[in-house]
Design a protein around this ligand. Structure first.
Ligand SMILES: N[C@@H](CCC(=O)N[C@@H](CS)C(=O)NCC(=O)O)C(=O)O
Length: 410
């Protein structure tokens, strides 16, 4: 039997999302690091960029992007194990955490990885080096992908690993600043992350997952930042262990093929009864409002203005002009009272569109309930916010979609 292959790394944020899904749904698979020659020879040319994770299905198709990987895999599991709650209030709440988990914890993840070198680097450098450079050949692809000096075929292996690892680390350190981690914002990033841990831990006192007895897309997204960086790297691992035992356990649980919910007694693997959203989860939604609403608005405003300024763009054009350019430019906004400058990533709109489409499909009673919950959390406008074009995925990259009337805060 041919098994699916996940090209991934333990230290990669988005890899953790796909891996957790495969593990929790007990889908047998093979995991290969990007240093494997097959990644450079087959995957990168077909996907068109160096990016993780990539799933190779058992019939050989390549899927990039964790949201698309979830959609593909979710059709394979029995409906009662689907990570998409049935259409209702919980579906939209799961979508919200799919957006926030994928995009909203990047700053603490990057800060706690790249600004604590003494504690983190011995481990992270090993992880990078051993995932990116394998002693089994194929390293010419690594060399051309990363475009660096030494002749890897003859280089000392440890030195070559260090070289590759350093190269990748430089890129990520640059990204850390580009996404708004600076000396001015760091104290608030740290405070905000501790607040998140406290609220998520309080929720997990009541249930093993976001929406009850089994994980949903919201969990499978939050595990990205919370596993690869915030639980595996030494400095933030200490923080999570010290401040939020239930979150640490949730991270373990999200990587376990069994329910792993013993401390809750006998928990049925069902979502909260009656499509309900408990108070502890509402508190977490309020946190998402405080943490992420201004960020999302700034993104959508910038994207809309960019589209106004670049009206030659047509549906089907690759976002950013080429698949490797994920940002449209930089924008300034105020985050929790602090001036913030960040790169703008149109990819985010995909998650927002998903949430809005699911909301539109609800009956009016469910819509009213979602409105009430979102309004209480200060995120009601998430249900309408849009730029003048959609973003879609085509051939494993982001492309502009149809034109539409923008909806922006006045
Ligand atoms: N939207 C993508 C994001 C994937 C992504 O950003 N992956 C990172 C690793 S965690 C990456 O490959 N970065 C390489 C780069 O940007 O050069 C997904 O959900 O799969």
């Amino acid at each position: 039997m041919t098994l699916p292959v996940l090209y991934a790394m333990r230290s990669s944020l988005y890899s953790a999302k796909a891996r957790s899904y495969l593990v929790k749904q007990r889908i047998d698979y093979i995991e290969r690091p990007p240093g494997d020659p097959r990644y450079g020879e087959q995957v990168v040319p077909e996907i068109g960029r160096w990016i993780l994770p990539v799933l190779q299905t058992d019939d050989g198709r390549l899927i990039q992007d964790t949201a698309d990987i979830f959609d593909y895999l979710d059709q394979l599991v029995p409906i009662e194990r689907s990570a998409n709650p049935p259409l209702g209030v919980q579906r939209v709440v799961s979508d919200l955490f799919a957006l926030f988990g994928s995009e909203g914890l990047m700053r603490p993840a990057l800060h706690f990885r790249w600004n604590f070198d003494d504690l983190n680097m011995p481990f992270v450098a090993e992880d990078f080096g051993r995932g990116l450079f394998l002693p089994i050949g194929g390293n010419e692809d690594v060399k051309s992908t990363f475009n660096f000096g030494p002749d890897l075929a003859t280089a000392n292996q440890a030195e070559a690993r260090a070289e590759v690892s350093n190269f990748a680390a430089q890129r990520m350190r640059k990204l850390t600043v580009e996404l708004g981690v600076t000396p001015e914002t760091i104290p608030e990033i740290e405070r905000s992350y501790s607040e998140f841990l406290a609220l998520f831990a309080a929720h997990l006192e009541t249930a093993p997952y976001l929406l009850g007895g089994r994980p949903t897309l919201g969990d499978f997204s939050l595990i990205g930042p919370l596993y690869a960086h915030l639980a595996r790297d030494a400095a933030p691992a200490m923080i999570m262990r010290r401040e939020a035992w239930p979150v640490w356990r949730w991270v373990e649980r999200m990587n376990s093929p069994i329910a792993d919910t013993g401390e809750y007694g006998d928990v049925p693997d069902e979502l909260f009864a009656d499509d309900s959203i408990p108070a502890t989860l509402r508190a977490l939604l309020e946190y998402v409002g405080a943490e992420f609403a201004d960020d999302l608005i700034a993104h959508v405003q910038f994207i809309d203005q960019w589209l106004a300024d670049n009206d030659e763009v047509e549906a089907g054009d690759v976002v950013g002009g080429k698949a490797t350019r994920r940002s449209l430019g930089k924008t300034q906004w105020t985050w929790r009272g602090i001036p913030m400058e960040t790169h703008v990533i149109p990819y985010r709109l995909l998650h927002l569109q998903r949430l809005q489409a699911d909301f539109a499909a609800l009956d009016s009673a469910d819509q009213a309930e979602v409105r009430e919950i979102f309004a209480e959390a200060g995120i009601e406008f998430f249900l309408e916010l849009r730029a003048r074009r959609r973003v879609e995925r085509d051939n494993n990259r982001e492309v502009w979609g149809a034109a539409q009337d923008p909806v922006l805060p006045v």
